[in-house]
Design a binder for this molecule. Structure first.
Ligand code: KG4
Ligand code: ZN
Length: 362
């Protein structure tokens, strides 16, 4: 890769303010720093991410976050060779904050500016962590999106299917609220499910009866809500055992749906000597989901790559890395770069109905 050596990445498309410094060279890629400043405490009282609060927090924290990333990497700003920033899709106020900050840094240093698709950052992470060769199958599963992609190149993504309504992370967050667990819901449900009985409540596995790789999670959410209401009506509240059993039953349904749809997506992977199934996005941090997907890959004769947890959830190292790959094939964006609330990775696909917790992203 004949890319500049040091790339500063910025990410602010949802509720994490992130900055990272990446060294890209002949010998490989090294993350020199990756700082993520979360905002969970700012949104907790509202039961979800409030776009205006998120945008203001990004605007307040970005400078500090960049400073921390440079300090941790022991790299002065003047030594940076290029600046990469998430330019969409996401909550527009946050994306604008990041793009404006990156433009300022680019103007001050004279270094080239690259706008990166947030989903491309997630989808290219297996190349950052494991140098997975193209093409590979990717399940991108997070709070705002859920899709199967054949990744053919840094800007070449073929969408095989995805959720027609909610994203799984959104469902994890909502179910956690419904049954009285903390936010973010994914880790809380995963923890509670460890002590629960996944067979006590029979939850649906939506769309398994329909061919293809599309998925649906909103009916599952409603089923959990009804069951919770029935238990509360019966007993006057939820015991800890009820919470754990609801969490375990819900998680088991998500695992089954993702596993079966992954099996089908893998079957559409062209028959090549080396096939790799990769997963990325916040929900890919879930150990039960990772284990099920690994089993599907093994059964399908494919390799399996799941990035470390801190690179599954939102971060700026993935944005810097996506820019590193893209700068080899395209010129920088310059100051005309605009922030995009929607930005599908596979431009040939018709627009999808439905949305994630942060609005339809892709
Ligand atoms: O990729 P990400 O950090 O942000 C988006 O781009 O959406 O994903 C955040 C989502 C949240 O919905 C969170 O509940 C979920 O990922 N998540 C998990 C786990 N850790 C985070 N879901 C299930 N199990 C987990 N361990
Ligand atoms: Zn994300």
């Amino acid at each position: 890769m004949t890319a500049p050596r040091l790339i500063l990445g910025l990410e602010s498309s949802c509720d994490d303010t992130a900055a990272a410094v990446l060294r890209v060279g002949q010998g490989g890629t090294e993350i020199l720093s990756s700082i993520v400043l979360g905002q969970t405490d700012l949104h907790v009282a509202f039961g979800g991410v409030v776009p205006e609060i998120a945008a203001r927090a990004h605007a307040e924290k970005l400078d500090h976050c960049v400073e921390q990333a440079l300090d941790t990497a022991h790299i002065p700003l003047a030594a940076i060779d290029a600046i990469a920033v998430t330019a969409g899709p996401g909550l527009i106020g946050g994306v604008v904050s990041g793009v404006m900050c990156a433009k300022g840094l680019s103007a001050a240093t004279g270094k080239p500016l690259y706008g990166v698709n947030h989903l491309a950052g997630h989808a290219l992470t297996p190349r950052l962590t494991d140098a997975v060769p193209y093409p590979y199958l990717m399940l991108l599963v997070s709070g705002g999106h859920c899709q199967f992609l054949m990744v053919h190149g840094p800007d070449k993504f073929q969408r095989l299917g995805g959720t027609i309504d909610d994203a799984p992370g959104e469902a994890f967050d909502k179910i956690a609220r419904l049954i009285g667990l903390s936010q973010p819901g994914g880790p809380a449900i995963e923890q509670a499910a460890l002590a629960g009985d996944p067979r006590r409540f029979a939850f649906p596995r939506p769309l398994l009866d329909r061919a293809g790789c599309d998925m649906s999670f909103s009916g599952l959410k409603t089923a959990v809500l009804r069951t919770r209401d029935a238990v509360v009506a019966d007993k006057g509240g939820l015991t800890e055992t009820d919470q754990c059993d609801l969490a375990a039953g819900f998680q088991a349904a998500v695992v089954d749906v993702l596993a079966e749809k992954s099996r089908r997506a893998l079957a559409r992977y062209p028959d090549e000597a080396r096939r790799t199934f990769c997963v990325a996005g916040g929900v890919a941090a879930n150990q039960a989901i990772r284990a099920a997907l690994q089993r599907i890959a093994e059964e399908g004769g494919a390799g399996f790559v799941a990035p470390p947890l801190e690179l599954c959830t939102d971060n700026a190292a993935m944005i810097a890395y996506a820019a590193a790959e893209q700068m080899v094939i395209r010129p920088p964006d310059g100051f005309s770069l605009s922030a995009r609330p929607r930005w599908p990775l596979d431009q040939s696909q018709p627009g999808m109905l439905g949305s994630g917790k942060k609005g339809a992203k892709a």
